[in-house]
Design a protein. Structure first.
Length: 130
């Protein structure tokens, strides 16, 4: 079953916004040759924001907004492919420990961010309370 065209357009528009924001962040604060802090921060904040997305009544009520903000904006903003490429580059430069710290640290930090948002966020109200 294919998604409705309006949801595809919402994801595409959101993805363009997220990708531009990610690009702007990496231009404003380049990663440099050490630990890729900017990409790390992008992935951790994106994971936390994705976990918090359902706290927005707009995202709970509208499939189009949920698609635009979730897989769209936050999908375009976060970047596992860049994390993988940067980990590979660190390995290729002989920085095995830093590569492992970066890749595993990114995964762990994203999981912690999602868990914290889930625990700190209030219980979602029932639809009839909205």
């Amino acid at each position: 079953m294919s998604p409705p065209p309006r949801l595809l357009l919402a994801v595409a528009a959101g993805g363009a916004v997220g990708a531009v924001v990610r690009y702007a962040a990496t231009q404003a604060v380049p990663d440099g040759s050490g630990f890729p802090w900017t990409t790390f921060a992008i992935n951790v904040t994106g994971s936390a924001l994705l976990a918090a997305l359902l706290l927005l009544p707009l995202a709970r009520r509208s499939p189009a907004w949920a698609a635009a903000l979730g897989p769209g904006v936050l999908g375009g903003y976060t970047t596992f492919s860049a994390t993988s490429a940067q980990g590979r580059d660190l390995l290729a430069s002989g920085r095995t420990g830093l590569a492992l710290l970066y890749v595993l640290g990114t995964l762990l930090a994203c999981l912690v961010a999602v868990t914290l948002v889930g625990r700190l966020a209030p219980a979602l109200p029932e639809e009839d309370e909205l």
